[in-house]
Design a protein around this ligand. Structure first.
Ligand SMILES: NC(=O)c1ccc[n+]([C@@H]2O[C@H](COP(=O)([O-])OP(=O)(O)OC[C@H]3O[C@@H](n4cnc5c(N)ncnc54)[C@H](O)[C@@H]3O)[C@@H](O)[C@H]2O)c1
Length: 239
């Protein structure tokens, strides 16, 4: 589970641990990921935390090497880490573009690559990448983010068709507005009005709303679901 130290990733990690999964928490923020680890263990869950920068191919390979060595298998992959420069295409520097692609798109690709190999050991698994409503519809001033998130959706389809015979399903979740530290960090009154106008539930979503979708997609209940982009956006994409 990447991006496991905060917001949606932490919500999914907590939920999966409550459901009995052994959760491998990976995040670049070591202090916070250790805190989530302690929290899950205090609640009786089983997990281990790793400081991993998913912008680094080497660190991703090391994470999966350790998982392989300790557990020898993997049933579920959930990716949540992201990096974005909230800018239009003209204002986005090549460095910002490349950083966004590395963390938001290349990391899910690399994690999938390693996960597929571990999942094959036990005859299959479920990959759930957190994309975004921004991978489907347009936001202003989010050129790199929208492009990376759209790429994640196509990545899921590619893995779904290539590894179905290995018993592997791969799906994306596209959250709308979710109450997380990253949302709170830029939630001006104007933006909040815009976000609420796109959200039929009349409230922001919670990490647990996304965890419910992730749990379903990860489970055998979703055995007939692969290559999809599940909108968990309270209508944002249809308004
Ligand atoms: N919050 C929303 O409204 C919303 C909406 C749509 C999609 N999403 C997606 O959900 C996911 C989680 O978003 P969130 O709002 O919970 O964010 P968040 O900022 O609360 O959490 C993101 C986590 O990713 C970690 N991270 C960032 N860069 C990393 C790196 N290089 N290596 C490892 N970990 C790294 C951070 O340390 C943090 O713990 C993202 O993919 C985001 O695009 C969020």
């Amino acid at each position: 589970m990447t991006g496991a130290a905060s917001g949606i990733g932490a919500g999914i990690a907590r939920r999966f641990a409550r459901e009995g999964a052994w959760v491998v928490l990976a995040d670049v923020n070591e202090e916070s990921v250790r805190e989530i680890e302690r929290d899950i263990r205090r609640s009786g869950g089983e997990c281990e935390a790793h400081k991993t920068d998913v912008g680094s191919e080497r660190e991703i390979a090391e994470l999966f090497r350790r998982v392989g060595e300790r557990h020898g298998k993997l049933h579920i992959l959930s990716t949540n880490a992201y990096w974005a420069a909230p800018k239009n295409a003209v204002d986005t520097s090549l460095e910002e573009w490349n950083r966004c692609m590395a963390v938001t798109l290349t990391a899910p690709f690399l994690c999938s690559k390693h996960a597929v190999q571990l999942m094959r050991v036990t005859g299959g698994g479920s990959i759930v990448h957190t994309s975004s409503v921004g991978g489907v519809v347009a936001f202003q001033n989010n050129a790199s983010y929208m492009t990376a998130k759209a790429g994640v959706i196509q990545l899921c389809k590619s893995i779904a068709v290539d590894f179905a015979a290995d018993g592997i399903r791969c799906n994306a979740i596209c959250p709308g507005i979710i109450d997380t530290p990253s949302t709170r960090s830029d939630d001006t009154e104007e933006l909040r009005r815009l976000r609420m106008s796109k959200t039929l539930a009349g409230r922001y979503g919670t990490p647990d709303d996304i965890a419910s979708a992730a749990l379903y997609l990860a489970s055998d209940e979703a055995g007939f679901v692969t290559g999809t982009a599940m909108m968990v956006d309270s209508g944002w994409s249809i308004i």
